[in-house]
Design a protein around this ligand. Sequence first.
Ligand code: GLN
Length: 518
Amino acid sequence: RAASNAFVTHLPTGIHGQDRVQKYVERAQTRLEHPSLHEPKSLLDGQVVAIKDNIWTARFPTSCASGILQGFQSPRDANVVNALEQAGAMVIGKTNMDEFGMGSHSTNSYKGGVRNNAVPGLHRSAGGSSGGSAMAVLNGQCRIALATDTGGSVRLPAAYTGLIGFKPSYGRLSRHGVVPYANSLDTVGIIGKDAEDILRTFRQLDRPDTNDPTCINAATRRRIADLKSARYRQRSGSTIRLIRKPSPQRVENSNFPVDRRRRYPGLVGRTDWAQVIGVPAEYNIAELSDSVREAWNRTLSQLDARGHTIVPISLPTTKAALSAYYVLAPAEASSNLAKYDGIRYGVRCSNSETQPDQTPTSPLYSHTRGAGFGDEVKRRILLGTYSLSSAGINNYFIQAQKIRRLVQREFDSVFSLPNPLRTHTITPLTETGVDYIICPTAPTPPPRLIDLKSSTPFDAYMNDVLTVPASLAGLPAISVPAPVAPESRYTDFANVGIQVIGQYGDDEALVRFVHVEL
Ligand code: GLN
C-alpha cells in the first residue's frame, strides 16, 4: 500500500486522526448491531472518501503537491467536501497528484510521484494528474475519491488503473474551494470501482452554489431537466426506437440493498431504449496501440449485440483540439499562479532577505517562485505568459479560442439532444443524431515509469489527445474499464479504459448507461 505513494496527508498519522478513526469504527459497529436505530443520513453515510490535494479541506493541509504551498491550511472546506461530510461520508486523507494538476502520470509532485503497483515488480504510471486518488481507490483505502479533471485528469488515471472515472458537465459541481488550474476547463470529478457509488456521490454534489459563479443556478438546472424530460417523452413515443427491458440479472447482481432501493427509487440504473452510439473516425489515430484498438472494437461489438445502433461520425477539429488545450490551459494557469509570490500566497524563499516588493523582477519574487515551483509548472507559466503577451495573443490564444468554439459546435452537431446551454426550445429529435460517443480514454495501456524517464513533456501531452475535446466542450465524460476478453492476444497488463461522452447536462443518463451496458 505504502509503495503506491497515493496520499500526501493521511488520517491515521495524528492523535486527532486516531480519534476520528475510532469514531468511524464505533459508528459502523452500532449500525451493524442495531440497523433499525441508525437512520442513515444519505446513501453515502459511513463511506470512506479521499480528496485530491487541490481541493480545500479544513482538517488537512492543501498543498496541490507543490513545494510552494507546503503546509498551506485552507480556512474552510470546499463546497464539495462539505456536501460529502454532511451526507455522512468520512474523509480519510489528501491524495497525491501532479503539481497543480499539470501532468499525465502523477510524477510531478514535490512529495515524490505516485506509483501504480497493481502488478508486483512492474511499476506503471497511475495516470495523472489524479493518480493518487485512483491508487487510493484501487488499494481499497477509500470507497470513492474526489479529484479534478481539466483535460483528462480523472479519466486517464481511471483508465490506467482499471477504475471508473467520471467528469461531469462543466458547472454542475461547485468549484468553490478547488484551487484553480484553468478555470474555464476545471471540473470536480469522481473516481470509484462501481458506477452506483459514482452516481450516489454525483447526486449528493450536484447542486447550485452561489459562491461559484460558474456553477449553474437552480433555474438553469430546472430548464435542463425540463428539456431532457420533454425529449425523452418525445422519444418514448418514437416508433423507430426499440424498447428494451432492463436485464433482470443486472438488477439482481446489483449490490444495492433492496430496502434502500425502495426508499430511493430510480437509483438503480436502467436504459429503456436502444441507444445510438457514435464512433468518431478522427479518434482512430495512428498512435493507438493494438490492444487499445482491440478493446474499442470489443466494446462496440458488445453494444451492437445488445441491440444498440453503432454509427460512424466525424469530428474533424479533434486533431487541433490538443494544441488548443495546451495553449488555453497554460494561459489560464499562468494567470492563476501569479498569486504564489511569497507575499500573498506561498512559502517565502528563505535565502531572500529583501523587503517584500511585488514587482516580478524582485529577488524575493523570483527566488520564491524559482524554488517553489517544479519544472513542469514553470514550463506552463512560460508557455502561458507568452501566448497571452502582445507578441503571441493573436497567433496562439485567439486561434485556440476559435478552435475551442469549433470543437463545441461539432459535438453539438452530432448529438440527438440539443445542447441546453444554447437551445431554449425543444426542437424535433434529429433522426441522425447520436446519444453517446464512444472512444478509448488513452492511446495506450499505462506506460512503465522507467520508460517515462526518457520521454519528453510532449509525450506526456500526447496522452491527453482523446480526453481534451470533451473538456474543451464542457461535456460529461466517463472512463470505464474495457470489457475483459480472455481470448485476447494482448497480455500486456491490459488496463484499457473506454471513454463514453454524453451531451451537456445528460450526466445521470450517461452514468446509468455505462452501469447497465458496460
Ligand atoms: N494532463 C493534462 C494537463 O497536464 C490534464 C490535467 C488535468 O486534467 N488536470 O494539463
